[in-house]
Design a protein around this ligand. Structure first.
Ligand code: CA2
Length: 155
């Protein structure tokens, strides 16, 4: 596989598997399966495929991030609660060196409790999307595809 046809890794952190079951006023009514379908469609429109994953475990998230070094073109990540707590996720993303990374939050974390205002991931992401609902995943995919195309045309 060449770098251009490697899949995008779409990572989802803890409790996002519960999406659509509670708190629709914050997270909407879509389930994680709906988000996966949206990502497959959005990436397809850019000629890309996705590897869509969710875990409730910090170490698994770290392992998956480090795995992308050779196997994935870019990362879209909703680290969920680990955004606000995890130096390990920050360090794993920082180790990728140059791969496009966009952080997504379904809700606007800046309008919510103060402990959600800081994300350890934002300083190692190329872009951050918050408060756009699950459409944020589509926007993030468009952005990483743009960055990949720009890098390919300048090399
Ligand atoms: O807005 C986001 O996408 C968040 O990353 C979601 C996280 C939260 O900890 C972040 O501060 C912001 C939590 C996701 C939990 O999602 C659920 C949805 C429905 C029911 C239970 C959990």
């Amino acid at each position: 596989m060449t770098a251009t046809n490697l899949p995008l890794l779409i990572l989802n952190g803890p409790t996002l598997n519960m999406l659509g079951t509670r708190e629709p006023e914050i997270y909407g009514r879509e389930t994680l399966a709906d988000v996966q379908a949206l990502c497959v469609r959005a990436a397809g429109e850019h000629g890309r495929s996705v590897d869509f994953r969710q875990t409730n475990h910090e170490g698994v998230l770290v392992d998956w991030i480090l795995e992308t070094r050779a196997s994935h073109a870019a990362i879209v990540i909703n680290p969920a609660a680990y955004s606000h707590t995890s130096v390990a996720v920050h360090d794993a993303l920082a180790a990728l060196g140059g791969k496009p990374i966009v952080e997504v939050h379904i809700s606007n974390i800046h309008k919510r409790e103060e402990f959600r205002h800081h994300s350890f991931v934002s300083s190692v992401a190329d872009g951050v999307i918050a408060g756009c609902g699950v459409q944020g995943y589509e926007l993030a995919i468009a952005r990483v595809c743009f960055l990949l195309d720009a890098a390919a045309s300048s090399s």
